[in-house]
Ligand binder design. Structure first.
Ligand code: GDP
Length: 296
C-alpha cells in the first residue's frame, strides 16, 4: 500500500498521544519530533518538513490545547488539517473550456506513465459522457504511437496519429483541428518524453504548447522516484507553467514523499493519482482523504 511506512509510524505516535489523557508541552514536543523523523524517512522534502512542523507546533503547544479534555485528539486534528493544506487543501479539478474542445497536454519523462495515463484519462472522460480524442505526438519512443492506438482500440476512443515522420508540433495542430471537425470535446495530447530533462525536450513542448494553447498542462511523474519526482516537477513547472501533476505508481510507493512535497515545493497541485497499470486505476486527488488515509 502507498504510504505504508509513514502511516504506520504516525499511527503509532498518535496512538501513544491519545492514550495519555493529559499532555505536557514535552509530550507534544516529543510527538512532533517523531512526526518530523517519520516525514523525513518518508522522503518528504527537508524544508517542507521544517515548515510543516513549525506550523503544527505553533498551534499545538498552547494552553488551550493542553487544557482541553482530549489534547491528543486536538493535536491529531491540527496535524490532519496541516497535512491536508500541505497537499493543496481542496481538490483541484480538471479544467473545462467554455469553448470546447478542452485541450490537455501531457508531459513527463520517459517511463513515468504518460501514455498509460493519457489512456486512463480518456477512459475517465468517456465515463463522464465526454468525447475525448487522443493525439499521438510521441514520435521518438519506439512503439509509443502503437501503444496509444492499442489503448484507444481497447477503450473505443479515437486516436489521431500522423506516424513518426511528422513534427510533433504539426501533429498536435492537425489533431486539434481533427477534434474540432469531429466534435470531440476533450483533446489529450501525448507528447514525447526523454530519459532526462533537456533543452530539446523543453523547446519541443513549448512549441507544441504555443500551437494548441492548452487548458491543462499535466506533468506525469513517477511517485516511486520520491524527491526526484519533485525536482522534475519543479524544472518542468519553471519552463512550462504546468497546471497540474499526475502522480503515477502510487501502488509501488511505500514512502509517499513526492505526494506530500510536490504542491509545497512547486506550487502546482496534484490533480490525479494512479495506482496500477489497468485503465481504471486513475483517481482524482483529494488532499483531505489522503491526509486521513495517512493518519488512519
Ligand atoms: P511513458 O513513457 O511516460 O509514456 O510511460 P508508459 O505509459 O509507457 O508507462 C511506463 C510503464 O509504467 C508501463 O509499463 C506502465 O504499465 C507502467 N505504469 C504506468 N502507470 C502505472 C501505475 O500507476 N502503476 C504501475 N504499477 N505501473 C504503471
Amino acid at each position: 500500500m502507498a504510504f505504508e511506512g509513514l502511516a504506520n509510524r504516525l499511527q503509532n505516535v498518535f496512538g501513544k498521544l491519545r492514550s495519555k489523557g493529559k499532555l505536557t508541552e514535552e509530550d507534544v514536543g516529543e510527538a512532533l519530533r517523531e512526526v518530523r523523523l517519520a516525514l523525513l524517512e518518508a522522503d518528504v522534502n527537508f524544508k517542507v518538513v521544517k515548515d510543516f512542523i513549525a506550523k503544527v507546533k505553533e498551534q499545538a503547544i498552547g494552553q488551550e490545547v493542553l487544557k482541553s479534555f482530549t489534547p491528543g485528539m486536538v493535536v491529531i486534528d491540527i496535524v490532519n488539517k496541516e497535512l491536508t493544506a500541505l497537499m493543496g487543501g481542496t481538490q483541484s479539478k480538471l479544467a473545462r473550456s467554455n469553448r470546447p474542445p478542452t485541450v490537455i497536454m501531457m508531459a513527463g519523462l520517459q517511463g513515468a506513465g504518460k501514455t498509460t495515463t493519457s489512456g486512463k484519462l480518456a477512459k475517465m472522460l468517456l465515463k463522464q459522457n465526454h468525447r475525448p480524442l487522443l493525439v499521438a505526438c510521441d514520435i521518438y519512443r519506439p512503439a509509443a504511437i502503437k501503444q496509444l492506438e492499442v489503448l484507444g482500440d481497447q477503450l473505443k476512443v479515437p486516436v489521431f496519429s500522423l506516424g513518426d515522420q511528422v513534427n510533433p508540433v504539426e501533429i498536435a495542430k492537425a489533431g486539434l483541428q481533427h477534434a474540432k471537425d469531429n466534435g470531440n470535446d476533450y483533446v489529450i495530447i501525448d507528447t514525447a518524453g526523454r530519459l532526462h530533462i533537456d533543452e530539446n525536450l523543453m523547446d519541443e513542448l513549448k512549441n507544441v504548447r504555443s500551437v494548441v494553447d492548452p487548458d491543462e498542462i499535466l506533468l506525469v511523474v513517477d511517485a516511486m522516484t520520491g524527491q526526484d519526482a519533485v525536482n522534475v516537477a519543479e524544472s518542468f513547472h519553471q519552463q512550462l507553467e504546468l497546471t497540474g501533476v499526475v502522480l503515477t505508481k502510487l501502488d509501488g510507493d511505500t514512502r509517499g514523499g513526492a505526494a506530500l512535497s510536490v504542491k509545497a515545493v512547486t506550487g502546482c497541485p496534484i490533480k490525479f493519482v494512479a495506482s496500477g497499470e489497468k485503465m481504471d486505476a486513475l483517481e482524482p486527488f483529494f488532499p483531505d482523504r489522503m491526509a486521513s488515509r495517512i493518519l488512519g
